[in-house]
Design a protein around this ligand. Structure first.
Ligand SMILES: C[S@@+](CC[C@H](N)C(=O)[O-])C[C@H]1O[C@@H](n2cnc3c(N)ncnc32)[C@H](O)[C@@H]1O
Length: 247
């Protein structure tokens, strides 16, 4: 399948998921946790020019703006960006939201101090293209931060798959009225990061594009904020963060 066609289907998925995703990720606790983590990584001072790629409903963009950073946030799906804009307004935060493709950015070279993407790389058909674009728009000495997880990891244990089928799938079906297994099933083979060993593959990718000081760490913030969402998604495990500096 062509990369444009894959992106069309990915967009369709997130268009349908915008309301549910927004409800699941707007708690004060989640906002506060990301704000604290980002302060630890970027330092307490504000004023950095930061690009949040694949911003979705704005979880990271808003945490950054609340910490005093100058934020631009881009996403492929208009419905997700609409939610993000409403969330920014509700919190009284200023973010420059754009609709666009993380693999083909509408920004000049050397524009940003920091590029950050959370839970995006796994759903891109050409992650190499994306990282090369993120490197291009970063200034020299700028930092790239990737936060992601091993979602739908097909190397997971049998026990975890059973857990998913027996408990998580019926719960998703009842509470979200969708059949979770098939929601990305037809796309999996077109999304390379889903079959790579991560975060090792991310470290390799950053080093391939000349980033220096590349490091991976685990992120302690839970992917599911409520007990019911932990039952539905908790089996997927934890998330990691990979960072590097543009040489
Ligand atoms: C799991 S959500 C993550 C949203 C947000 N970063 C967060 O952490 O809550 C994935 C997001 O990636 C966006 N996305 C998928 N492909 C994209 C692309 N090629 N360019 C930009 N955004 C994309 C989707 O529209 C969706 O909003």
């Amino acid at each position: 399948m062509e990369s444009t066609a894959v992106k069309g289907l990915v967009r369709e998925y997130w268009k349908k998921s915008a309301v549910r995703y927004n409800k699941a990720h707007q708690s004060e606790r989640e906002h506060g946790s990301w704000k604290e983590l980002l302060k630890t990584i970027l330092g307490p001072a504000g004023g950095l020019k930061v690009l949040d790629v694949g911003t979705g409903t704005g979880v990271i963009a808003l945490a950054l703006a609340a910490a005093g950073q100058q934020v631009t946030a881009l996403d492929l799906t208009a419905e997700m960006v609409e939610k993000a804009k409403a969330n920014a307004e509700r919190r009284g935060l200023v973010v420059d939201f754009r609709i666009g493709d993380a693999e083909k950015l509408p920004f000049a070279d050397n524009t940003f101090d920091v590029v950050i993407s959370k839970w995006l790389l796994w759903t891109l058909p050409t992650p190499e293209k994306a990282v090369s674009e993120w490197q291009r728009v970063l200034r020299r000495g700028g930092r790239l931060i990737i936060i992601d997880g091993n979602w739908w990891d097909f190397r997971k244990s049998w026990a975890k798959r059973v857990w998913y089928h027996l408990l998580a799938m019926p719960l998703v079906l009842i509470t979200e009225r969708r059949y979770a297994w098939n929601s990305y099933g037809h796309l999996v083979q077109h999304l390379p990061m889903l079959s790579r060993k991560r975060p090792e593959a991310d470290v390799e990718l950053l080093e391939h594009f000349g980033f220096v000081g590349v490091e991976a760490q685990t992120v302690d913030i839970p992917i599911a904020q409520t007990f019911i969402s932990w039952l539905k998604y908790g089996y997927q495990g934890g998330q990691f963060l990979v960072k590097g500096v543009k040489a």
